[in-house]
Design a protein around this ligand. Structure first.
Ligand code: 8YV
Length: 327
């Protein structure tokens, strides 16, 4: 089986593929054009797919009929038309669990960074502008006992809730498709409606899968219902937030601050007005960027492809319905 890996990933994953006897191709340059990417996909049976810039939609599947499985190097699969892949019997693998700690660490870091205005204060030092002691300048807020609202209490959301409870004894509320009994029992988390989540959270952190129906879910009317001391955190997908509305909400003090590891589009433009605000901290989508998480992701993506090559079910499957349809 011929496997196209569109970017370099930790060697462990590549070695696993080679040791399983698979033919692995990694292009020499990394910033492939859409055309180059399509040509490589047309000539391979499987893709180990890194990054979200190219979409796996109906056109893709029509143009690349040889692709039999896609092993994503991500937990998110919003760039894949899952229904279309399932209709064509193409298993799509993703990389859950291994990045939950790393990604929730970034959400936790952003929460504290915004609460204590860390990036703004760091910038002042870098600008040679340490300034005199001022009892009233750049005051942050403490998180102890505050309410953390989690949108999407899955694996990553659970890790974020656990850390926040342990560090700051935060009161956890959440909104999710399904109730999370483990979180209710272990963390005393309370299930609330989306409206209650928005209205009651001191920190609102997004950990949900993104679907296109949720585009701009956080827009002017929603920001207007948030508390004026609230902090908005997004480490999931930038599509959840309308950035113009977020900016307006921040400058009109409808909300207090925002920490983003994901933006729309990515990369965020250097000209984004959000970058001028002392209440904002933006990171360049580094949620899973640890040696441990990225190595784990490489292993899982390789395991998915190897299982497929042996005619087995892929172990980490984003569209398990492919198996119920064919069996
Ligand atoms: C990846 C991510 O780094 O897993 C995800 O969904 O957003 C990140 O971990 C990114 O998608 C690159 O494939």
């Amino acid at each position: 089986m011929k496997v196209f890996v569109n970017r370099r990933i930790p060697e462990t994953g590549i070695n696993m593929l080679k040791e399983a006897g698979l033919e692995v191709f990694i292009p020499e340059h990394e910033n492939l054009s859409h055309e180059e990417w399509l040509i490589y996909c047309q000539n391979h049976d499987a893709i180990l797919s890194v990054g979200g810039e190219f979409k796996y939609d109906r056109d893709f599947f029509d143009q690349c009929p040889n692709i039999k499985t896609i092993a994503l190097y991500s937990v998110g699969f919003d760039h894949v038309d899952i229904q279309e892949a399932s209709r064509r019997n193409i298993p799509v693998g993703n990389t859950p669990d291994v990045l939950s700690k790393a990604t929730s660490d970034v959400a936790f870091l952003l929460m504290q960074s915004v609460a204590r205005r860390a990036s703004y204060n760091f910038q002042k030092v870098k600008d040679g502008n340490w300034g005199d002691f001022d009892p009233l300048h750049a005051l942050g807020q403490e998180l102890y006992g505050k309410t953390l609202g989690i949108l999407g209490l899955g694996r990553i959301g659970f890790e974020m809730a656990k850390k926040s409870k342990a560090a700051f004894d935060m009161n956890i509320i959440y909104h999710n498709r399904n109730r999370n009994e483990e979180a209710e029992k272990e963390l005393n988390a309370t299930y609330v409606s989306f409206e209650e989540l928005v209205a009651q959270s001191d920190v609102l952190s997004i950990h949900a899968n993104f679907t296109h129906e949720q585009k701009d879910l956080f827009n002017a009317p929603v920001f207007a219902k948030m508390k004026d001391n609230s902090i908005f955190i997004n480490t999931a997908r930038g599509g959840f937030q309308n950035e113009k509305d977020l900016y307006e909400a921040l400058i009109s003090k409808q909300i207090w601050g925002a920490g983003l590891d994901v933006t729309n589009p990515e990369p965020m433009s250097k000209e984004s007005p959000l970058l001028e605000l002392s209440s904002v901290c933006v990171l360049p989508h580094i949620g899973s960027a640890t040696i441990e998480a990225r190595t784990g992701m490489a292993k899982i993506a390789a395991e998915n492809i190897i299982a497929f090559s042996k005619g087995e079910k892929i172990p980490y499957c984003a569209n398990p319905e492919v198996y119920s349809v064919s069996s």
